[in-house]
Design a protein around this ligand. Sequence first.
Ligand SMILES: Cc1cc2nc3c(=O)[nH]c(=O)nc-3n(C[C@H](O)[C@H](O)[C@H](O)COP(=O)(O)OP(=O)(O)OC[C@H]3O[C@@H](n4cnc5c(N)ncnc54)[C@H](O)[C@@H]3O)c2cc1C
Ligand code: SF4
Length: 476
Amino acid sequence: MMEETTTREGAAREALSEEGRTYAPHEAVIEASRCLMCEDPPCNVGCPAGVDVRRFIRKIRFGNFRGAARLVRDANLMVGICGRICPQEMLCMERCTRAALDTPIDIAGLQRFAGDVELGETAPLPEIGRREGRVAVIGAGPAGLAAAAELRKAGLEVVIFERSEEPGGVLTRGIPPFRLDPAFTEGELAYVERLGADLRLGEEVEDPVSLLDGGFDAVFVSAGLWRSHAVGLEGETLDGVMLAGDLLTRVASGDRPDLGERVVVIGGGNVAMDAAATALRLGAERVYVCCLESREEMPAFPSEVESAQSEGIEFRTRTRPVRILGKDGEVVGYEGAGIRWKQPGLLVPSNAEDVPGTEFRIAADSVVEAIGQGVLTEFTSLDLSDRGLVRVDPETMETSVEGVFAGGDIVSGGGTAVQAVADGKGAAESIVAYVEGIHESSGSNIDEGAPGNELSVFEGRDAEDNSEERRGGGRK
Ligand SMILES: Cc1cc2nc3c(=O)[nH]c(=O)nc-3n(C[C@H](O)[C@H](O)[C@H](O)COP(=O)(O)OP(=O)(O)OC[C@H]3O[C@@H](n4cnc5c(N)ncnc54)[C@H](O)[C@@H]3O)c2cc1C
Ligand code: SF4
């Protein structure tokens, strides 16, 4: 039995290691050579982090792989991470002109390749600007880390407070390791600490305003969404019922729970897709996703739904959970019923009504609930939505309290990693201006102007860049 368990755990460990492969150099050059080098590249507009897609592809095409990695890192420190997890089919790639000829350029694949050539833990650092001021960042997820990197580049002192013992947020404690290896993520994110940010792990902040009182000039709140919601079903206390957030965090930390042979996942978002794919890799033979939405209505990225289907995960769409069935304190099954929307387009549980005669039962060993994430710490000193999300001025990302800015999932209610990066960058720009204002009025700002912020990325320009410049093309 012991041996069997060990073998099963070993198989799960293997199955959960990172999948997908990075291009070999010659393959990357071939893919990059398909790029049409559009005059006004629509792919650039599709990147929330502002990566100059055409230019980094051009560098790959000419064999300047490190130059490509550095160019991307200048705009988005998560080069290889976003190369792995960005839903490119909804962003840059969706707009790619090449799609009209045959297939769009695999932009994320090329970015993954560039990121793997040079990780953040070894990438050259930009020169750091010189500015007076101290900023606190709450949360070391993509939004907080991106903000911290920009603030450091500008020369401000930065302290990141992170409640867990690991940086990365969802990247290291949510997204399963077969999609994004946490060890790789840590190597990539080491860049922020190398820039000089002071990362304080295991330190939870309850009130951002207390940090202003404690001597920080500004605060960036990027605490994400770390409370998993339970459905509130009959049978929810049985052994074998768990929240998807807990399951994914356990798996990300190296735990390999045995979910049994038949697993039901409730929910239709990305977290549900990750939980279902994880259950499969933990050894489940049949995995069912049960959700209120139809295939087209599901909030999960289409690529995630397709991938789940191609792996044999079964869907019971437009259904609602009725109860979890148990015997001797353990889960033995799941009961659901078909629904229709009372008011079309309003995809919320209160708008669902049962379709008579559609009740069904599934034999199950485990039920995983993935119906949404909420705010863990409510920052009540700030103006909040009724879900506890932080309200900001969309232009400046400033909250209702002067000097406190916010971004990422705690503002959007759940988005993408690259959007969190974009929020962090945008907020950092506002924070730099705000802190400069404070120190200018006190006469202590020693900003010597921007040249220090030019990245070494642009040193030693290569032939293809010079030719572009001579023609007067290229984005700055
Ligand atoms: C399972 C899952 C899969 C996903 N898959 C994808 C994907 O494939 N592609 C994609 O682009 N996006 C994906 N996303 C979304 C993406 O990960 C998030 O949008 C992104 O991580 C948000 O970044 P953030 O920095 O706002 O928050 P987070 O990543 O949540 O980071 C917030 C950090 O703040 C810390 N924190 C919380 N409260 C406090 C406090 N009071 N004091 C100090 N620290 C605190 C947390 O511990 C955490 O480390 C996924 C999300 C989940 C949950
Ligand atoms: S839109 Fe496509 S073809 Fe045009 S520059 Fe961007 S990646 Fe290249």
